[in-house]
Design a protein around this ligand. Structure first.
Ligand code: CA
Ligand code: CA
Length: 490
């Protein structure tokens, strides 16, 4: 072969290799975002949560918790007396409202009203479980009930006492309620009521008849970690329809008996982690966990740690101080490699210094973000998109995008679509369309689901969406910050 003959081809290849990235980028199909579904709440709702509901007979829908009020938080520095009540409503997936129900005495807040659709009686239709305050005074323990209703009619079919918080503690610690649903070893459904996050905590599990199955109490001085703001569902033995265990902070609890399967930082961490995100490692068939920490800022324990499933610290951020409020793992690398983000509020001296440097107090740094190779902890440069958002694969290609401040960005920082001031309720695969969709609150009473007309699922994506583990995590979207946190990177 005459090597000279190949020179033009080599030259062409050389040119393409120089412009390799832009060439590939141009080859990626452009997203075609559109409003695939719309739900009219008929009030300009501020607080909004949603979860998918199985209505039986092949019909699917969504349950919404909403209020004209913004979120009433139990933290004393955030709490206010609401002027508007919260509502529950179920819509069919197509957008027809089946019913709505005012929760007249309940405080419209994420932590006061966890909502979980779950089929405990096994008839193929989800019931809806939630916490309601049944009396006119806001803080009377005995008036708080765990209620069950028929998802098709809104009729309440059971109401039992909600576990009472321990009396002598801050309101911020007391009034934080969770619901978690899964299965026992024999496949029986289990519903867990969770009370507390930062200090004193109680988990009480119920069977399908709402009779107590087990209970675990963690007093304030109990060893080990406190809870988080999201509760990831696991199925370690892959034998319980996707829901065998759940992460209560850094503890992995079995639905069967309330016992710990493992605890990540058993003997060094006694406090509250803002995020505890499972990341599946296909090579080992085990989970890693990315944790970012709020409390326990004593300068002795790293503030964000990647653990393996045995609780070994794989790596950690160098910071030993700061409230690490943000964290995700996303496929943002050049070839879709996983990148871990840790974000904290700026320290007071950083706020002061940045304000001084710019001569403008409004330009003081509020947050500081850092980025790492997820497996090794190797530091990486900041990406070109704003990092404090929700990780989503909008076009199904296996690379992540990020939704923040009403804007969806691709990993190169390019805007894909924006809806002014919209907040996301869910960024998951919730419609029978390729890719993951974004359900958002437009602020004018309309809830929209945005999808991508050009989405095409990469190999393996359809199997991931169909995995019971994926569905069980999405089910918990109207509990705590589960709709906000990317718990599904596997
Ligand atoms: Ca049912
Ligand atoms: Ca994507």
């Amino acid at each position: 072969m005459n090597p000279m003959k190949n020179i033009p081809l080599l030259a062409v290849l050389a040119v393409f290799s120089v412009f390799n990235l832009s060439f590939l980028r141009a080859a990626e199909p452009r997203s075609a975002p559109y409003v695939a579904r719309e739900y009219n709440l008929r009030v300009p709702a501020k607080l909004t949560h949603a979860a998918p509901v199985n209505l039986g007979g092949g019909q699917r829908g969504f349950v919404f918790l909403f209020s004209e009020e913004s979120n009433v938080d139990p933290f004393e520095g955030s709490f206010f007396f609401p002027k508007h009540p919260p509502f529950l409503a179920v819509f069919t997936e197509a957008g027809k409202e089946l019913w709505r129900k005012e929760l007249t005495y309940a405080l419209p807040g994420t932590w006061f009203i966890p909502v979980l659709p779950l089929d405990m009686d096994g008839d193929g239709i989800d019931e809806i479980y939630y916490v309601n305050n049944t009396g006119p005074k806001p803080f009377v323990y005995k008036n708080y009930k765990l209620e069950r209703l028929d998802s098709r009619t809104g009729k309440v079919t059971a109401a039992i006492s909600w576990p009472q918080p321990t009396h002598n503690q801050a309101n911020s610690y007391k009034w934080r309620f969770s619901l978690v649903g899964g299965r026992a070893r024999d496949g029986a459904p289990v519903l867990v009521a969770g009370v507390g996050t930062y200090r004193d905590m109680r988990l009480r599990a119920f069977d399908a008849n709402l009779k107590k199955r087990w209970e675990v109490y963690y007093p304030d001085d109990f060893d080990g970690p406190r809870a988080s703001h999201s509760t990831a569902i696991l199925d370690l033995d892959r034998n319980r329809h996707g829901a065998g265990q759940f992460m209560w902070g850094e503890r992995c609890i079995d639905f069967d008996d309330g016992k710990e399967r493992f605890v990540l930082d058993r003997d060094a961490w006694y406090d509250h982690s803002d995020t505890v995100l499972p990341v599946y490692d296909k090579a080992t068939g085990k989970w890693d966990f990315w944790t970012t920490r709020e409390k326990g800022d004593d300068g002795k324990v790293p503030r964000a740690v990647m653990f393996d499933q045995d609780g070994k610290r794989l790596w950690s951020v160098p910071d030993m101080r700061g409230h690490f409020h943000y964290g995700w793992v996303g496929n943002f690398g050049p070839a879709g490699e996983r990148i871990a983000m840790a974000g904290r509020y700026a320290l007071s001296e950083e706020q002061r210094d940045t304000a001084r440097a710019s001569g403008d107090t409004s330009k003081a740094a509020t947050s500081v973000f850092s980025f790492y190779e997820a497996k090794t902890g190797k530091p990486l440069p900041a990406p070109k998109f704003p990092p404090s958002g929700r990780v989503v694969d909008f076009n199904g290609d296996g690379f992540h995008e990020i939704f923040t401040g009403g804007v969806l960005y691709d990993r190169f920082g390019k805007k894909i679509f924006s809806v002014k001031k919209a907040g996301a309720l869910m960024c998951f695969h919730i419609l029978d369309l390729p890719g993951e969709q974004i359900m958002l609150n437009t602020g004018n009473g309309k809830i929209q689901i945005w999808a991508d007309r050009n989405a095409k699922d990469a190999p393996g994506m359809a199997a991931r969406y169909a995995d019971p583990l994926y569905r069980e995590n999405v089910r918990h979207s109207a509990v705590g910050y589960n709709g906000r946190v990317p718990i599904l990177n596997y």
